[in-house]
Design a protein around this ligand. Sequence first.
Ligand SMILES: *[C@@H]1O[C@H](CO)[C@@H](O)[C@H](O)[C@H]1NC(C)=O
Ligand SMILES: *[C@@H]1O[C@H](CO)[C@@H](O)[C@H](O)[C@H]1NC(C)=O
Length: 258
Amino acid sequence: MPSFKPLLVVAGVGKGGGTGAATARAFAKEGYSIALIARGADSLKSLEDELRASGVEATAFPVTSYEHVSLRSAFQAIRNRYPAQQYSLRAALYNASHWVRKPFLEITPEDIQAITETSINGGFAFAKEVISEYKNNEIDNTDGLGKRGVLIFTGATASVRGNTTTSAFAAGKFALRALSQSLAKEFGKDNIHVSHAIVDGAIVTPQGREQFNNPPIYDSQDQSLTPEGISAAYVYLAKQPRSAWTWELDLRPAHEKW
Ligand SMILES: *[C@@H]1O[C@H](CO)[C@@H](O)[C@H](O)[C@H]1NC(C)=O
Ligand SMILES: *[C@@H]1O[C@H](CO)[C@@H](O)[C@H](O)[C@H]1NC(C)=O
């Protein structure tokens, strides 16, 4: 057993019913303490309360934006709350996302700015904080693991394919994928594991049901992804030993047409 308490940081928790929150719960079950970063302070607080009620050391770090200064101060607060003598950041998920689906000529400068903030500025800033932290970690050799930490990015079909209404969304997701691949190559030799997951299909969340007017696919796990299914894959990535690492994973429900 390692001598430190492993810590997971998740950015992008939304309303607490999606992939970010499910990942926090799944890593908590694996014995991780949890740092939650998101823009919605209220939902962050309720997830923090829920995790604490089940005995998990969880702390919410609300941010006003995903710009570098905000993420920097969130990480400073994380280091104060979870000091390095006792805790060790070992897993990180960048799940923040901004959804735009519009024909190209309707896309506004504000849409582009929001995409740039979440998928580019935020992705770079988050990765910089996490990797700087990982560089100081000892290699964890428990069960031949051989890594200093795992950094996972949530992608989408739009990470690899543009389409009629996804010019803005896909541009951001392509950027995030390019970042994750570059980081995987640059930091693999430091035993830092960087991964990108292409989530291909609708994810069942309360917000998704609302946004898309509750289509029947949400009632079938053959046709839609559950946040728990995705988070199980993220735990699997974290547990991969250094001799067989996945950079990119794709996840889709059994009946997805692709
Ligand atoms: C987390 O990732 C999923 C899948 O891409 C996305 O639907 C969701 O909006 C993301 N959460 C946040 C808070 O951005
Ligand atoms: C591309 O967009 C069209 C029109 O919105 C849609 O019918 C199709 O399913 C999309 N293709 C993919 C691969 O998402």
